[in-house]
Design a binder for this molecule. Structure first.
Ligand code: NDP
Length: 473
């Protein structure tokens, strides 16, 4: 039988769609899944692509079915299952074969796996994939970490299966070892912030203006035609317009207000903190998901404190809708600025030399946070005008100057009404603190010196100084 060009382990949601995508681009693919029935179902549903698929019942069958040097994609649950698959594969593979972990790995695990495989002869790639089920099937955004030489060996197949933005593939090599998985993690952190801010605006429309899901849907659909144009705004409009077949009610109204998480949001916050970079909107979004899970406690607290935030927004509705659109726009810019700042710090820390314009470019299509704004970000990073912070690129100074008064207005009104806007408020706090030439940590320096003799810097003087606190300090 003709050998396959590539192999894939793990035929779950992502793996099965990625395998079909690869087969559709003309590459013969060998597939294996731990549970055989899933492989059988995959083959039965592969339709016209059946002759491009080689089903395998074991890892040794898989290895034998691929032409060496073999590229094998692992698309199983992140963590221990990946280590188990790599361990099992090692005896089946020979030098020069390439193992690609395409799941949502923690980049620190990826770095460890690079070290463990060093000297084994095998080449390892840590690859972030974004776009969900649909993206995996028809074109995801692909973020690759590993050696440049290993990227060159898989570049043609990865660019072929990736999303395209105006014919440009949304797949790129971003740096050595954990670079691809780190960038994917921050992608997800930004995604958390983006989704949370959209949900906060939805909350204001629902609870501040008393609008129904059916009334809110066209608002988001309209925004999707303007500066907020993005996949997440588009699906928000679609979700809000959908009816539940069982009750006839809007689907959004019958879904429990408790959101889960798998880990990438939390990892982005942990890494931001480790690197000493403020990522307040992402932090607020992760915390908001945790708070959302405390449903029983929230119900009890509502009983104790009373219900807040019902139709207390004043002024013209049209004017408020304009403010909400601009507030979301400003909040989103701040969240991206934070995400890119975390990546810049990680790039320095781990010596990756992450190409920011390329990252913005490969996020323009295929991935969950794809948006019109990323094209402008790619330009800003490409021109070198966003090197310190995205907020300092002239195009973004102009946009924020126009939009931040609306963010302020919305956060202030929401606070008055008792409607929670943690991510939007954090984005605003970050923006205001970032642009405040003289802040307030002179007082913090003084306090630290008072209780701990930590010393402080004086304006216009070099060295460390102490205050006249006296012996009682
Ligand atoms: P699914 O739950 O749909 O599938 C999980 C797959 O992992 C199955 O093939 C399962 O095999 C396999 N698996 C689980 N545990 C083991 C194990 N111990 N040994 C061998 N195989 C195992 O997951 P997804 O396809 O959604 O996710 C796969 C990866 O892709 C994850 O890392 C996820 O975070 C990432 N990802 C997911 C996205 C999404 O939108 N769903 C988007 C981007 C990345 P079996 O059939 O035997 O259980």
């Amino acid at each position: 039988m003709e050998k396959a060009e590539i192999g894939l382990i793990g035929l779950g949601t992502m793996g099965s769609n990625l395998a079909l995508n690869i087969a559709e681009k003309g590459h013969r693919i060998a597939v294996y899944n731990r549970t055989q029935s899933r492989t059988d179902a995959f083959v039965a549903n592969s339709g016209p692509l059946r002759d491009k698929v080689v089903p395998c019942a074991s890892l040794s069958e898989l290895a034998a079915a691929i032409r060496p040097p073999r590229p094998i994609i692992i698309m199983v649950l992140a963590g221990k299952p990946v280590d188990e698959q790599i361990a099992a594969l090692r005896s089946e593979l020979a030098g020069n074969d390439i193992v690609i972990d395409a799941g949502n790995a923690n980049f620190r695990d990826t770095m460890r796996r690079f070290k463990e495989l060093d000297g084994s002869g095998l080449t390892f790639i840590g690859m972030g994939v974004s776009g969900g089920e649909e993206g995996a099937r028809h074109g995801p955004s692909i973020m690759v970490g590993g050696t440049e030489e290993s990227w060159k060996r898989v570049e043609s197949v990865l660019t072929a299966i990736s999303a395209k933005f105006k014919d440009e593939p949304c797949a790129a090599w971003l740096g050595s070892d954990g670079a691809g998985h780190f960038v994917k993690t921050i992608h997800n952190g930004i995604e958390y912030a983006d989704m949370q801010m959209i949900a906060e605006i939805y909350g204001i429309l629902r609870d501040g203006l008393g609008m129904s899901a059916k009334e809110i849907a066209p608002v988001f659909a309209g925004w999707n035609k303007g500066r907020l144009e993005s996949y997440l705004i588009e699906i928000t409009a679609n979700v809000l317009a959908a009816d539940d077949p069982k009750t006839g009610k809007p689907v959004a109204d019958i879904i429990l207000d408790r959101a889960g998480q798998k880990g990438t949001g939390k990892w982005s916050v942990i890494e931001a903190q480790q690197l000493g970079i403020p990522a307040t909107a992402i932090e607020a979004a992760v915390a908001a998901r945790v708070l959302s899970s405390l449903k029983d406690e929230r119900l009890a607290a509502e009983k104790a404190y009373g219900k807040l935030g019902v139709t207390s927004f004043s002024g013209s509705k049209d004017a408020l809708l304009k403010h909400l659109e601009l507030a979301l726009f400003a909040g989103k810019i701040a969240a991206y600025a934070q995400g890119f700042a975390v990546m810049a710090a990680a790039s320095r820390e781990f010596g990756w030399n992450l190409p920011m314009p390329t990252i913005a470019r490969i996020w323009r299509a295929g991935c969950i946070i794809r948006s019109q704004m990323l094209d402008t970000m790619a330009e800003a990073f490409g021109s070198g005008r966003a090197d310190t912070n995205l907020l300092m690129a002239p195009a973004f100074v102009t946009m924020m100057t126009e939009a931040h008064p609306s963010l302020r207005h919305v956060v202030a009104q929401a606070a008055e009404a008792g409607l929670p806007t943690p991510a939007l408020a954090s984005a605003l706090g970050y923006f205001d603190a970032y642009r405040q030439g003289r802040g307030t940590s002179n007082l913090i320096q003084a306090q630290r010196d008072f209780f701990g003799a930590h010393g402080f810097e004086r304006i216009g003087d070099k060295g460390a100084f102490h205050g006249p606190w006296g012996s009682g300090a």
